[in-house]
Design a protein around this ligand. Structure first.
Ligand SMILES: [Zn+2]
Length: 273
C-alpha cells in the first residue's frame, strides 16, 4: 500500500484517524486508493487532519469494529489520543447494523467526531435527522452484507453443482488449463510447492526420529535393557554415533530420512521396539 503522509496529534480537536477497510472478495469499487481520496476529501472539508491510518485489509464487514486488527485498538483507546475517525462511508465501519450503531454511539459518547465522505460535517447523532440517516446507512450496509453473503453462497453452490473449481487450490496443487485463460481442466500436484512440503515433512521426521533415539538411549543407559531395533542407530537418524551405539546400520538410509520412516512406507516415525 502507498504510504500516506500523516501529521502529529496536536489537540486541535480535529485530529482524526483515517479508517479504511476492504474485505477479501467483495467491494471491488472500494479500492484502497479510492477510499484514501474520499477520506482525505472528507477530512479536508471539515478542516481537520489525519494523524494515523487504521487500515484493515482482508477484513469482512461482518467483523466487529472493536476486534479489527487496525481499528480495534483505536476504539479501545490503546493507541493514544485522537479526536475521531474518518471513513469513506458508513459501511467502512462495518456491515453489521448493530456493530455500526454501537461504534457510532461509542464514538459520540466519548465526545469524538465521526466523519464520512458524502456527509456534510461530522455526524451529529443528537440531531434526529442525522440519527435517522446514520441508522439507515447502517441498515443499508447490513442489507448489502446479506446480499454479498447470498451471492457467494449461490456461486459456491453453482460451482459445486457444475463441478467447477472455485477459489484457490490448496497449497501444493495447481490448476491446469488447456489454453491460456481457458477453463480449469484438472488439478495436479505443483512440483515446486510439493517439494517444499516434502522437505518440511522430511525435516519433521528427522527431528522426531532424533528425539525418539535420544529417549531410547536414555532408557538403555538407565535400565541396561536392550530396547533398540538393530537398524535404529545414531547414524540412521543423522547423529554421530556415541560410545554406546557403535553398530552400523545394516540398511542404507536416504539422506534426511530416518530409518523408521524409510522402513515404514506409511512414514511412521516411532522406533520399533
Ligand atoms: Zn489536530
Amino acid at each position: 500500500m502507498t504510504p500516506v503522509i500523516t501529521t502529529e496529534y496536536d489537540g486541535c480537536g480535529k485530529c482524526l484517524v483515517g479508517v479504511r477497510r476492504l474485505s477479501r472478495k467483495t467491494d471491488a469499487t472500494s479500492s484502497p486508493e479510492r477510499q484514501l481520496d474520499q477520506v482525505v476529501a472528507a477530512v479536508a472539508a471539515i478542516g481537520g487532519h489525519i494523524i494515523a491510518w487504521a487500515d484493515d485489509w482482508e477484513v469482512s464487514g461482518a467483523t466487529d469494529p472493536l476486534t479489527r486488527p487496525a481499528l480495534g485498538p483505536w476504539l479501545r483507546g490503546e493507541l493514544g489520543p485522537y479526536a475521531g475517525i474518518a471513513g469513506a462511508a458508513v459501511d467502512r465501519i462495518g456491515r453489521n447494523q448493530r456493530d455500526v450503531l454501537n461504534t457510532g454511539y461509542m464514538i459520540k459518547d466519548s465526545g469524538r467526531l465521526m466523519v464520512s465522505h458524502g456527509h456534510d460535517g461530522p455526524w451529529d447523532l443528537d440531531d434526529p435527522t442525522d440519527e435517522m440517516r446514520f441508522s439507515m446507512e447502517a441498515f443499508g450496509a447490513q442489507m448489502e452484507l446479506r446480499a454479498i453473503q447470498k451471492r457467494n453462497r449461490d456461486a459456491a453452490l453453482k460451482s459445486r453443482a457444475d463441478g467447477r473449481p472455485r477459489g484457490k487450490t490448496s497449497y501444493g496443487y495447481r490448476y491446469v488449463r488447456l489454453y491460456t485463460g481457458g477453463k480449469v481442466d484438472r488439478v495436479e500436484i505443483d512440483p515446486v510447492a510439493a517439494e517444499i512440503i516434502r522437505d518440511a515433512r522430511r525435516r519433521a521426521d528427522q527431528r522426531l526420529a532424533r528425539l525418539a533415539y535420544l529417549r531410547v538411549e536414555w532408557w538403555q543407559a538407565r535400565c541396561r535393557a536392550p530396547l533398540r531395533h538393530p537398524g535404529f542407530t545414531a547414524a540412521a537418524v543423522g547423529m554421530s554415533p556415541g560410545p554406546a551405539c557403535g553398530q552400523a546400520t545394516s540398511r542404507p538410509t536416504p539422506l534426511g530420512m530416518s530409518a523408521a520412516s524409510a522402513a515404514d512406507p506409511r512414514g511412521g516415525t516411532a522406533p520399533p521396539t
